[in-house]
Design a protein around this ligand. Structure first.
Ligand code: HXC
Length: 259
């Protein structure tokens, strides 16, 4: 992983991946995307990581795909870049939950990155938008699909067709973000705190819970309910659920082992 583009820290079960390309407003160059994808996959394979935070800087989460590189990409190169796994798929398919910590601009592919995460904590300066249409293209990292599912067709249509941005207050009202943290408060710390709560939970159950909630977007209700039931049954077979229930009855904190 390129330490310069993604700065990684792990503390109390939470891995923080900090995008670090300030000169280009964290625009997602090939190098940054590869570095972030590698970091996410490494965290997902690390049993010491119970939750991941992807954060940007104070004034920008990420300004989208790198327009300077995109300008020179022809159709063949675009088709080539669509083969294999991309960043947004890697983030969406990570089994470990991911919180996006967004301050300032989350635009285009940067917004799609936040949408691919499981929860979003925003500062009150956060602005979300899909400006692709102003460049003559459309979102390509899952934006049209995930945005419509989260905020509804009409609102998504307005954002995607006009490129209009929404602020943190609107994003909260639309159900796009989990919380908005005031200017003086540390938005990054709030995201880490939320991640820390998840990281303290039983790891196997956390992964199953994430999988079950995501299935709600993909499956009809009856299939989703059947899937949830299977995952519940598996959770009931873990050592951690015995520990969790004993801890409740014995009025103590559980010691989960991820088994
Ligand atoms: C490449 C970018 C960039 C981007 C900013 N920069 N965004 N470079 N790709 N997406 C560069 C600028 O060219 C400039 O470089 C430097 O960062 C500072 O940018 P400014 O515009 O001067 O900063 P500011 O005034 O603070 O405005 C910030 C901003 C604005 C609002 C984020 O930069 C902006 O609108 N950026 C483009 C946002 C966008 O259209 N995103 C969608 C991209 S398409 P120099 O060299 O002049 O210092 C996309 C498709 C996804 O995401 C498809 C997925 C498959």
């Amino acid at each position: 992983m390129d330490e310069q583009l993604v700065i990684q820290t792990v503390d109390e079960g939470v891995a923080t991946l900090q995008l670090n390309r300030p000169e280009a407003r964290n625009a997602l160059s090939d190098e940054l995307r590869v570095a972030l994808m590698g970091a996410v996959e490494a965290c997902d394979a690390n049993p010491d990581v119970g939750c991941i935070v992807i954060a940007g800087g104070d004034d920008y989460f990420a300004a989208g795909a790198d327009i300077k590189a995109l300008r020179d990409r022809d159709l063949v190169a675009t088709l080539d870049s669509g083969r294999g796994r991309n960043l947004w798929q890697a983030v969406a398919s990570c089994q470990t939950p991911i919180v996006a910590a967004v301050s300032g601009y989350a635009l285009g592919g940067g917004f799609e990155l936040a949408l691919a995460c499981d929860m979003i904590v925003a500062s009150e300066t956060a602005e979300f938008g899909t400006p692709e249409i102003t460049l003559g293209i459309i979102p390509g990292g899952g934006g049209t699909q995930r945005l419509a599912r989260v905020i509804g067709k009409q609102r998504a249509m307005e954002m995607v067709l006009t490129g209009k941005r929404i602020n943190a207050t609107e994003a909260l009202a639309f159900g796009l973000v989990n919380q908005v943290v005031g200017k003086r408060d540390d938005w990054r710390a709030a995201a880490v705190e939320l991640a820390r709560v998840v990281a303290r939970r039983a790891p196997v159950a956390v992964r199953m819970a994430k999988q079950a909630v995501l299935a709600a977007e993909e499956t009809p209700l009856s299939a989703g309910l059947a899937h949830e039931r299977r995952l519940f049954e598996i959770a009931m077979a873990t050592e951690d659920r015995v520990e969790g229930m004993n801890a409740f009855i014995e009025k103590r904190r559980p010691q989960f082992k991820g088994r």
